[in-house]
Design a protein around this ligand. Structure first.
Ligand code: AMP
Ligand code: MG
Length: 341
């Protein structure tokens, strides 16, 4: 399949953006998959009401069939049309966080194709907070299933080039609009019980959720290697760079010791660390991710992809406080890690 790259970062104006979105929407209406930016990461979209269109997402990504997809809508009215009912606490959450990086698991009413939900009786829905995503969803006027637009198991794409590298030739097009803002995926919450349960930490933090609706539970399986997560996708190894990654907890001295030991074995070492730690280290390649947790989240996936091109044998990454969005960052890093020291 030939992949069109609509580059909205160069010489784009309202007219060229409108034209690109019209073409992309026409592809989606024909049942072809198209990648588009959201505020979290790039998504690979297809008509969620068409089993054949949704099957093309699984095929292009190499995604396991039992890992259900998130369905995106432009408005809450469209979102309501996909589920049997909306509990009052979800109304409140929608008012606070949608559009935004929060995904609601609710009972499906069967409007979306069965392969979207992996055969479950619940569906994941969200309203993305990105002008290009919203324009596209409005134009196509269909619910759009959209997981991250990467090859399954690789770090999620945070710019159009990442999507091109992973999926060109396999999808109809890519709406490329520069780097995404949040950088990690949405928070997924189960809303089928009395209280929201966080199934996947993400762009909206537990504290933010609790400030809006009171106590929120975290799926205990997230903290326990042996537990079976309620979110099917969380059992898979994810976000893995092409180079082995070790997570190292401790001071810069401890990290430097590990760097030195592995270098003595002839390995070229890449390091991911906060700006302050990176300044104190010496390695073959150092990437400083920033100082604030939000900066670290936004820079993480791009950094994980960078080492592939640099002849690095091993990535060492410092651990970050599991607070705020740091919880999502550490969840992804633990899944990416081949060893935890
Ligand atoms: P992605 O589309 O790659 O961002 O991943 C979506 C995440 O939401 C995965 O972890 C899925 O397993 C999870 N998910 C989607 N639908 C459901 C559902 N009905 N119940 C529980 N988790 C879901
Ligand atoms: Mg994904």
């Amino acid at each position: 399949m030939q992949t069109t790259y609509w580059d909205l970062t160069i010489n784009s104006n309202k007219q060229t953006i409108d034209e690109a979105i019209t073409e992309a929407a026409a592809c989606l209406k024909k049942g072809l998959p198209v990648a588009f930016p959201t505020e979290t990461v790039y998504g690979l979209g297809a008509d969620a009401t068409s089993e054949a269109a949704v099957a093309k997402i699984f095929k292009a990504k190499g995604r396991p069939q039992d890992n259900p997809l998130i369905v995106h809508t432009a408005t809450k009215e469209q979102l309501y049309k996909l589920v049997t009912h909306i509990p009052p606490f979800v109304e409140k959450l929608i008012q606070h966080f949608s559009p935004g990086p929060l995904t609601y698991i609710l009972p499906t009413n069967g409007t979306c194709a069965a392969n979207v939900t992996g055969g479950l009786d619940t569906i994941a829905v969200r309203i993305p907070d990105h002008p290009i995503a919203i324009q596209l969803l409005e134009k196509v006027n269909l619910p759009i299933a959209a997981p991250s637009a990467n090859v399954s198991g690789k770090p999620s794409p945070t710019n159009g080039t990442h999507v091109w590298n992973d999926l060109h030739g396999k999808i109809a097009g890519i709406l490329a609009d520069g780097p995404t803002g949040v950088g990690v995926e949405s928070t997924v919450i189960d809303c089928t019980g009395k209280m929201p349960i966080i199934l996947r930490p993400g762009g909206v933090t537990k504290d933010e959720l609790e400030a809006a609706v009171g106590p929120v539970i975290i799926d205990p399986a997230l903290a326990n290697e042996k537990g079976i997560p309620k979110s099917p996708g969380m059992k898979y190894k994810h976000y893995a760079p092409d180079v082995p990654l070790w997570l190292v907890t401790g001071s810069n001295h401890k990290i430097q010791e590990v760097i030195n030991e592995e270098r003595q074995l002839g390995k070229r070492i890449g390091v991911l660390a906060s700006t302050d730690t990176a300044q104190l280290l010496e390695a073959d390649q150092l990437i400083s991710l920033g100082r604030q947790p939000e900066e670290i989240a936004a820079a993480l996936y791009e950094a994980l992809r960078t080492f592939k091109e640099r002849n690095i044998d091993l990535i060492l990454c410092e651990t970050f406080p599991e607070q705020g969005i740091g919880q999502a960052v550490m969840n992804r890093l633990k899944k990416a890690a081949t060893r935890i020291l």
